[in-house]
Design a protein around this ligand. Structure first.
Ligand SMILES: [Zn+2]
Ligand SMILES: [Zn+2]
Length: 395
């Protein structure tokens, strides 16, 4: 029996009990609608418990009321009542969450079910007690991850509709973004940090969890896992990116040439390709120029600024073209990196011209730069490429 079905069996007098301190007038249908809104907006355990208590006392006077067991009765889906897909049936894997390094798996990825429990080892418990401050740069957390079960492959985190999570009988605040009440929350759905509700005072305590969600006729199945993770800083992520995801100068040059050559009939041929050396996010000079692998533009944004912003509010959308640019698909532009080293600090915009070279076009005061010195410092990409070809034939 779920909370919604309980509400629908309530009499008007029962419904009014839910609106203590609030407007109690209205027809039955209106009261039910407002009660559902109350559940969805306030998500309080007290409210769910109250609905359960009223249901038990008024509608089923013979039922034994056990307040400690009330969340069980209120579960919106019981795994045992219908066959659930087990993790063996599916090859679903969780997308790695960029800011987390998984240290241990406490509950392996399995079908989402209302009840779960795990025990921390002595080492894990000590880690959680001592490594709890974000600013020490070594924070450890226990997190719940939830994703779809259906598809084979790597899955992004996705919360089910009307999700409530309780750990050791305390409800956890969730960062949920919903378009309409009752809908599936919008992505990204960050891992749920349950560290604050864990029992850490003595070894071997059983950590028990309870999850409720709305099962929309089993249209979608979900899996979940519980991980012990270390929080990575934006700087650590940037180091990863520098190590594994830099596009070579040659590849970047080829990309510029392709744009210049295919754009010959359009404005590109006469005006060249302009690229700002300022990050569109912070309006300061690019430090680590990058873009998403799905981006078609030459303009870069600053990797460190982007990662820091997504640490605070994860959207992972390219600030230039507004397409998804998740951390795993970021690429550092090797050519622009080298231009940033060469170009004077005052230069804020450069342009790739028809012969494939680049020159600075604007400084920080907005002045166009047309001094003879600038013209002399032009680097011809084509001549560089040509010398490489000669080297290869001599080999
Ligand atoms: Zn070309
Ligand atoms: Zn883009």
């Amino acid at each position: 029996m779920d909370a919604m079905s309980m509400l629908k069996s309530f009499r008007v007098v029962d419904l009014r009990e839910l609106f203590i301190g609030k407007e109690k007038k209205g027809l039955k249908g209106d009261l039910i609608r407002r009660a559902i809104q109350l559940i969805q907006n306030e998500c309080s355990q007290e409210l769910l418990t109250k609905i359960n208590d009223i249901y038990n006392s008024r509608c089923q006077p013979q039922a034994v009321t056990n307040p400690r067991a009330s969340p069980q009765i209120l579960s919106m889906k019981i795994a045992d009542s219908t066959p659930s897909p087990s993790s063996q049936d599916s090859d679903v894997k969780l997308m790695s969450f960029p800011f987390h390094q998984t240290l241990d798996i406490l509950v392996d990825l399995t079908a989402l079910k209302p009840h779960f429990s795990f025990t921390l080892s002595e080492k894990q418990r000590k880690q959680l007690i001592t490594q709890t401050t974000r600013f020490s740069g070594d924070e450890v957390q226990v997190v719940i991850r939830i994703c779809y079960t259906e598809s084979v492959g790597v899955e992004d985190d996705q919360y089910p509709p009307e999700l409530f999570v309780f750990v050791n009988r305390q409800m956890l605040p969730l960062q949920i973004r919903v378009r309409k009440p009752g809908e599936e929350p919008r992505r990204p759905c960050p891992p749920i940090n349950i560290t604050s509700q864990l029992k850490l005072s003595q070894p071997g305590d059983i950590q028990s969890g309870f999850i409720t969600w709305r099962d929309r006729g089993k249209v979608k199945c979900y899996s979940f896992a519980v991980h012990l993770v270390r929080i990575l800083s934006a700087k650590e992520l940037l180091a990863q990116l520098r190590k594994s995801s830099v596009e070579s100068v040659e590849c970047c040059r080829a990309r510029v040439c392709e744009k210049l050559c295919t754009g010959q009939d359009s404005d590109v041929a006469t005006t060249g390709l302009r690229v700002s050396l300022l990050c569109p996010l912070g309006k300061t000079r690019l430090r680590v120029p990058c873009r998403g692998s799905g981006c078609a533009h030459l303009q870069c944004f600053d990797a460190l600024t982007y990662v820091e912003l997504n640490n605070m509010k994860p959207t992972w959308m390219c600030p230039v073209c507004d397409r998804p640019a998740p951390f795993t698909l970021l690429t550092i532009d090797g050519l622009l990196s080298s231009i940033l080293v060469t170009a004077e600090e005052s230069v804020v915009e450069i342009e790739f011209v028809a012969d494939g070279s680049w020159r600075s076009v604007k400084d920080q005061h907005g002045n166009a730069r047309r001094s003879p010195q600038t013209e002399l410092s032009v680097t011809s990409l084509h001549s560089l490429a040509a010398s490489e070809i000669i080297d290869l034939t001599l080999d």
